[in-house]
Design a protein around this ligand. Structure first.
Ligand SMILES: NC(=O)c1ccc[n+]([C@@H]2O[C@H](COP(=O)([O-])OP(=O)(O)OC[C@H]3O[C@@H](n4cnc5c(N)ncnc54)[C@H](OP(=O)(O)O)[C@@H]3O)[C@@H](O)[C@H]2O)c1
Length: 222
């Protein structure tokens, strides 16, 4: 059993939380407005879920999921996140986040930008390439023939191993897509981003093989 701290409890945060409680993990959710705004969400998730401040969620988690708009990176609880294994689900979108020159110029990936705000954390990029409804509906138990694959990227082999185990418990296999510097291959608009799992109009999505993920990563350009 893992305690998962969620910084951000929107579409992706609550979906990861739901899969995590179903897998027997504890979750501590947080958002920008405070734990009292998460009462209904926690009630729906059941006894393995709690709400807290972002600092408390960061402190409580064995694994932390940072799942916020990129424009919120400067407001994250960096001290409480030092030394933590963090899953970064975040995608950059100038229409939502405003223009960030290092990202517009491709000088940094959004995960490398996050690492600048959380220099003592071990980041793993994951879940950023799948629509939240597909993430929920495509989860499958170990051994299922139609289990899907998700790409992960990170600089710490230890953190990648921990995150791979966590993602496996949620119902997915992973493909190691390399270090954070290569995580642009799974960023917004790349072949592996959304498309393999099917159109958003079909909530069920379609299972995706290891070969399909590897091929999509290999054909990414920027
Ligand atoms: N939606 C998808 O299917 C999807 C798929 C893959 C990746 N992503 C990416 O994952 C990230 C989250 O997406 P989403 O769709 O879940 O967004 P969302 O539904 O808009 O939720 C964003 C969450 O972040 C919280 N937040 C904002 N600033 C915060 C701060 N400073 N501290 C703590 N929490 C903060 C918000 O809290 P308040 O509501 O209290 O402000 C909210 O709970 C984004 O970067 C997105 O691009 C989304």
């Amino acid at each position: 059993m893992t305690t998962v701290g969620l910084i951000g409890s929107g579409h992706i945060g609550t979906t990861v939380a739901q899969l995590a409680v179903e897998a027997g993990h504890q979750v501590v959710l947080s958002n920008s407005r405070g734990p009292e705004t998460l009462t209904d969400t926690v009630a729906q998730l059941g006894p393995r879920a709690a709400a807290a401040t972002s600092e408390q969620a960061a402190a409580a988690g064995d694994i932390i999921v940072v799942t916020v708009p990129v424009k919120a990176f400067p407001n994250l609880p960096a001290a409480a996140l030092a030394g933590k294994t963090i899953i970064d689900t975040c995608n950059y979108g100038p229409e939502r986040d405003g223009h960030i020159p290092e990202l517009d110029s491709n000088a940094l990936t959004s995960s490398e930008l996050l690492l600048r705000y959380l220099p003592d954390a071990m980041l793993v990029k994951a879940f950023n390439n799948i629509y939240y409804q597909h993430l929920l509906s495509l989860a499958r138990p170990a051994g299922a023939a139609d289990r899907s694959y998700l790409p992960i990227a990170g600089d710490s082999e230890r953190a990648k191993a921990a995150v791979s185990g966590f993602i496996d418990s949620l119902g997915y296999h992973v493909v190691d897509a390399g270090p954070l510097a290569d995580s642009w291959r799974q960023a917004t608009g790349t072949p592996v981003w959304g498309i393999p799992y099917g159109p958003y109009s079909n909530e069920k999505g379609q299972p995706v093989s290891e070969d399909a993920i590897r091929a999509a990563l290999a054909t990414a350009t920027r």
